[in-house]
Design a protein around this ligand. Sequence first.
Ligand SMILES: NC(=O)c1ccc[n+]([C@@H]2O[C@H](COP(=O)([O-])OP(=O)(O)OC[C@H]3O[C@@H](n4cnc5c(N)ncnc54)[C@H](O)[C@@H]3O)[C@@H](O)[C@H]2O)c1
Length: 361
Amino acid sequence: MEKVKIGIIGAGGITQYAHIPCFQKLEGVEVVAICDPNELKLKEVTEKSGIPQKFTDYQKLVSSEEIDAVIVCTPNAFHREQAVAALRSGKHVLCEKPVALNSKEANEILKTAEEKNKKFMVAFCHRFDNTTQFLKKSIDRGEFGEIYYAKASYLRRRGIPGLGGWFTTKKFSGGGPLIDCGVHMLDTAIWLMGSPEPVEVIGSAYNKFKTEATDGGWPPSSSRTGDKYSGTFDVEDLATSFIKFANGATLFLEASWAGNSEQGLFLRLFGTKSGARVGQSEEEGKMGEKGLKVFTGKQGDLMDISPILPDVNPYEKQAAHFIECIRENKEPITKPKEILNVVKIIEAIYLSAEKGEEVKL
Ligand SMILES: NC(=O)c1ccc[n+]([C@@H]2O[C@H](COP(=O)([O-])OP(=O)(O)OC[C@H]3O[C@@H](n4cnc5c(N)ncnc54)[C@H](O)[C@@H]3O)[C@@H](O)[C@H]2O)c1
């Protein structure tokens, strides 16, 4: 393969912010096509990025013989059909998180990828954060011992992504901050815990801040040309949950779009040899050196370690990894079982919240 040729479905925020610049930067890679039903956005994005081909129908993009790999960056409800269509057309697929709305849809995608023998990866970009990479290496070397508890939070104080766009409309998103943001922390936490098997989940979901949401208030409207906001808000604005694993480990997970709390991304790991705290609050700035502390000990004395880490752009690392998997026939970092477990847990949290009781997996 001379060049890896990429087609992108969805020309919205994450495509403009992360995928176009990161894939265009890579040597031996060309972003040849982009698809979006919103013609105004399509025009703006192709003019700015120089991507040569534009489509309003994703079927035309996935059936293009020139394309080797497709990136799915559309509202969550379209991931299944677009990922499956791309895989069936013989393309490798990088799919934005959440992989799909539920485990049935996720299973269909994963089965198709296996049948077609194509690479399928979920864009869990936080696996490529410098802090996550540092922790994963330390954990794999045994420096944390057994990780038996973790606490993961993704908290926005006032960050409801547009009142009545697809994010706040359940049939397009599948849910609120849990499936949108919590999914990242859930994946990162479980991956660092060694991907234990989830067995039981209890969860609650709240919707208290609807009146404080503003039309298109977040993310910045600059990436949302032509989007319309209907006012629908039938998802949660905060979800809390407790997950038990077959090896006895437990995870507390919380995710909000709005709440009277400090905001940021936080992860705490409790291991028998060491623990860690990763934080990215407003005070601490970017996820990185300041936010990471390792709690450990040496010969009976307790020690805190604050590692100095290289600055990385996780989206660039993610793009490079996906291309490497295609070129060198490697297995993507997100394994099918891990992808499925994350969806199953989210599904179970919503079910538990609805039924008011714990859910066994
Ligand atoms: N990994 C991350 O850090 C991250 C960050 C933001 C969003 N995301 C994910 O990326 C996906 C897109 O989010 P976004 O913030 O870019 O949303 P967005 O609303 O900014 O963009 C979505 C785009 O998809 C287009 N679209 C809608 N239906 C389509 C269809 N049937 N075919 C083709 N295009 C279609 C819309 O016109 C829009 O331009 C979501 O799954 C979201 O969860 C991931």
